[in-house]
Each structure stands twice: as C-alpha cells, then as structure tokens.
Design a protein around this ligand. Structure first.
Ligand SMILES: Nc1ncnc2c1ncn2[C@@H]1O[C@H](COP(=O)(O)OP(=O)(O)OP(=O)(O)O)[C@@H](O)[C@H]1O
Ligand SMILES: [Mg+2]
Length: 498
C-alpha cells in the first residue's frame, strides 16, 4: 500500500520549539487520521500543550511543518485563521469571561445579529440546541461566574462543537468533571468521530485512553517516542513509553495514626448548597471526601474555611469556635486550603515559582525586618527538587510552566506551612502517573507528622488508596461514613448515588 495523500487529516512533522532555558519540542511528529480519536500522551512538561498551541497558531514553531486536509498551513498564523480552516481547541486553562452569560461566552465575536444589535433570543435558542446535542441542561442566561469548573468545561466543549470544526483538540477536558459528565462527553466525542471528525485528546487518566482513543502518540521530554493504534498496547506499555521506565503504580503506605479530635463541624448549612453537615477531624489522619461532581463537597469546604458564609452551624478548631466567613481566622487557627480552581484562587501567575511556593511562609524568611530572597530561593529549590517540578529555575515566572507543574508548585507550598489542618480539593488533577505517587506520598507524610488532611477527590482509587476514613457526600448531605477497612468502589458508590 503506497502512502496515500489523504490518509491523514493532520500531519505535523519535524516540529521544534524552544523557550528561554527549555527545549519544549524537538523534532516531533503527530499524524491524525480522519474519523479517529487520537490521544496525545506524556508526563507533565512533555510538550503536549505546546504542540497543540503551535497547531492552533498561538505559538510559532522554530522548525517543522503543519499540513491539514492536504494543505500546508502557514507557520505564522493566528488562532482565527486556524479556526477558519476547521481546527478548534478546548484549553487546559479555562479562559472564559466571568461576567458574561454562557450564551455570550459561546458566541463571543460571532453573535447572531439583528441589525446592529445582538439577537439575544436567537443566541439563547442556539445555545439550548447546542446543549441538547451534548445532553447538557443549563440556562444559557446563567453568568459564567455562577457555574462550577465542570460546567465551564462543558461550555468550552459546546463552543468547540458550535464552531463545527473538523479537528477538535481537547486538552485534559475531563480534569474537572466526574463520571456522569465524562460519559456524556465520550458520547459526544463518539458522535463527532462517527461524523468523520477527528479529536486530539490529551489526558493523564489511563482508563480514559482505553475507553475513547483509537490511536496514541507519546511524547517524553519534548521528544517523539512513538505512535500506535491502541489495540496493540496495554496500560503498562503505554506507561513505560511515557515515563521511559517500568512503574509500579501503587499507593504509598499510609502510616498515619489518627489522634484526638482537632476540628468539629456541627450542623453547618448553606441554602441551596448543603444542609446539616456535621463531622469531626482527627489529628494526623487523611479524611477523604468522596462524591459526585456537584454533590456540594467543594462548597462545604469553602464554607468551613470561611470563603463563603454558612447560614448556620459551627466550626470549632482545637476547642475554639471560629467566626463564620472569616478565612483569616481559619488561617490563624492553623488551617490551609488548596482549592480546585488553582488559577482563580491559588496561583500568582506573574510571580516566580519560588515566590509561589514561599508566599504564605514569607515570614519565615525575614530576618531583622528584611526578606532574604536568597534564603527563600534556597528553601524553595529543595521543594522543586523533591516534587520534581520541571522548570528552568525557581526564578522562572510560573506562567511558563506546564499545567501539571504549576500544580506541583502549589502543593510545594503546603510542605512549608505544615498547616495543622490542610483542606485539599482534587490533589492530583492534571498530574501525570509518575508524579501522582509523589503527591500521595507527601499527603501521607504530612498526616504521619500530625497534619490532618481533608482530601476532596473524585478519583476513587485515590480516595481508597490513601484515606484513613471517608465521608461520602450526595446532594448536599453526608450520606455515609466509611472506615479504611470498608473502602471499596462499591461501598462508596452506594452512598454517592443516594
Ligand atoms: N510560554 C512558555 N514559556 C516558557 N516555557 C514554556 C512555555 N510554555 C511551555 N513551556 C515549557 O515547555 C515545556 C512543555 O510544556 P507543556 O505545557 O507543553 O507540557 P505538557 O505536556 O502540556 O504538560 P502538562 O501535562 O503538565 O500539562 C515545559 O518545560 C514548560 O515549562
Ligand atoms: Mg499541558
């Protein structure tokens, strides 16, 4: 069989791209057939997002060519041009405009018009139809700021579909959505594929690869490792292509010995979010909070930490009742929280990796009233090493790091603070297979050293793997409490689906 001219919808060849201090891509190729789902895989910092940004025209490659539907695309091109030829991308970092409605966000810059005015009714109708196609039911007039990360992600997907693209790039689309939505998304993807469209799918979740991908391409440290149909591979082979070594994918032992009660939450309620939440947290335990997306887990945590104000109930830390809605008091009482929306509430994108890590501990680096940047940098570099954060140096601005590496830096922060109570929402979202273990190890170590870790997670294996105890939340209520010995997917699901 000779090389057919139109065998591939997309051919990227010999792509190289350097950033100051990093060779992000080195002679990489990616070939995608029409009507296929092509998974693009690799560890954090491997170059996946960069390759996709080159495809979109966000970055210009230093070398290499991009051929789409038989036509060579210009190296220097803008996103508009790329979208016009039929390629569309859902970004890893959501970039929606929070004050706009869902419909406005989807039809931004191409609103259906009535003369000079936007035809709102038409736009809302179009949005509803679009949502129907993907099985989503939400009012198009809702403001973006009022929806959860999961819904924002679905809105992005709806937008890409509305553009009727032949090739849709999804960069970790399911990182913020749980099982039910994932099924919904996969159904949409299959429908698009059957229409002859192609999807480039980036994920760190192994089970998804086997569910949805037809072919894979693996990158490692900016290099092309290989491309194969999924039918020729098993999960171990894929992992070793990704990490370049065999990996025993286990959870670290949780040696924590839970002690006395350090925190008591009693009858906490917030209208429309959760109702009558009561539980205790012990010293040095990992308390898993399981449940489906939208169950109210993050809302409960935000209220406990004081980001939102509950209508009633109490939070008591070490015998002292906190004033509600006062994060400052929570912090003073020894609490720290890492939210699921890192970009909105966690990262300082314009600051260096070191400053992001050292931020809450700056006091530790002050002597005689002066901040010692040298000491701060030294201490942070230890963390960078320990977490294997891929960055040219600690002084690099964090915006330039890959998504997963930004995440690791945020985690590094809590290693210093050694808070008494750490609330952490989806700790390994967007983290590659190799680094997940490292993060679980950190959480186990924190617990062993006396920190109480409250871990909200939608990943069952993780909840089961490292929790001492698990609370299951469903529709704003705690529906079950499980001890370590009782933890299985089935027992958790039984309570989560109440
Ligand atoms: N704008 C930028 N400036 C400087 N360096 C960058 C920039 N964008 C990416 N890099 C670097 O290029 C490398 C590849 O990053 P990229 O975001 O493509 O990784 P990735 O495979 O998408 O990782 P992840 O799974 O964590 O999202 C990283 O070392 C990153 O720090
Ligand atoms: Mg990425």
């Amino acid at each position: 069989m000779g090389a057919q001219k139109n065998e591939y919808m997309l051919e990227m060849s010999g792509i190289s791209k350097a950033f100051p201090g990093v060779k992000a891509l080195d002679n990489v190729e990616l070939k995608v057939k029409p009507g296929t789902v092509h998974a693009l895989l690799g560890e954090n910092g491997a170059g996946k997002s960069t390759l996709m940004k080159i495809l979109m025209g966000i970055y210009e490659a230093d070398e290499g060519t991009v051929t789409f539907k038989g036509k060579l695309l210009r190296g220097r091109r803008n996103v508009r041009e790329t979208m016009d030829v039929g390629i569309s991308m859902i970004h890893q970092e959501l970039a929606s405009f929070s004050q706009m409605t869902i419909a406005e966000n989807i039809y931004l810059n191409r609103e259906p018009g009535k003369g000079l005015f936007v035809d709102d009714a038409q736009m809302n109708q179009d949005t509803i139809e679009l949502f129907e196609r993907i099985g989503m039911d939400i009012n198009p007039n809702t403001k973006m700021r009022d929806i959860t990360t999961a819904y924002a992600q679905m809105v992005e997907i709806a937008r890409a579909i509305s553009l009727n693209a032949d090739l849709i790039i999804m960069d970790e689309p399911t990182s913020a959505i749980t099982d039910k939505e994932v099924e919904m998304l996969f159904n949409v993807i299959r429908r698009l594929r059957d229409e002859g469209r192609s999807i480039i799918y980036i994920t760190h979740k192994m089970d998804e690869i086997f569910k949805i991908a037809d072919e894979i391409t693996v990158l490692r440290d900016g290099q092309f490792v290989g491309a194969k149909p999924i039918s020729e591979l098993d999960s171990d082979q894929i992992v070793s292509m990704m990490v370049g070594r065999q990996l025993v994918q286990l959870f670290p032992p949780n040696e924590a010995v839970p002690g006395e009660t350090v925190m008591k939450v009693e009858h906490l309620s917030r209208k429309g979010e959760f109702d009558d939440i009561s539980f205790e947290v012990h010293k040095g335990e990992i308390l898993g909070i399981a449940g489906m997306m939208g169950a109210g887990r993050s809302e409960i945590m935000s209220a406990i930490f004081g980001i939102t104000k509950p209508d009633s109930g109490t939070v008591t830390v070490n015998g002292k009742e906190l004033s509600l809605g006062q994060p400052k008091e929570a912090i003073e009482a020894g609490m720290a929280m890492l939210t699921e929306d890192r970009k909105g509430t966690g990262l300082f994108l314009g600051l260096s990796v070191n400053d992001n890590i050292g931020m809450p501990s700056l006091r530790d680096f002050v002597s005689k009233g002066l901040l010692s940047q040298t000491r701060l940098n030294k201490a942070c570099e230890v963390q960078i090493e320990a977490l294997r954060i891929k960055t040219p140096s600690g002084k690099t601005v964090i915006r330039g790091l890959s998504g997963g590496n930004q995440q690791k830096a945020l985690l590094g922060r809590w290693l210093y603070c050694k808070p008494e109570i750490l609330i952490i929402d989806e700790p390994t979202r967007g983290i590659d297979v190799g680094a997940k273990y490292e993060i679980h190890k950190i959480l186990c170590d924190l617990a062993k050293n006396g920190t109480s870790v409250i871990m909200v997670s939608s990943e069952m294996p993780e909840v089961i793997g490292i929790s001492n105890r698990v609370l299951v939340v469903s529709q704003g209520h705690i529906t079950g409490e499980l001890q370590r010995e009782e933890l299985t997917q089935e027992t958790i699901m039984k309570y989560a689906a109440v």
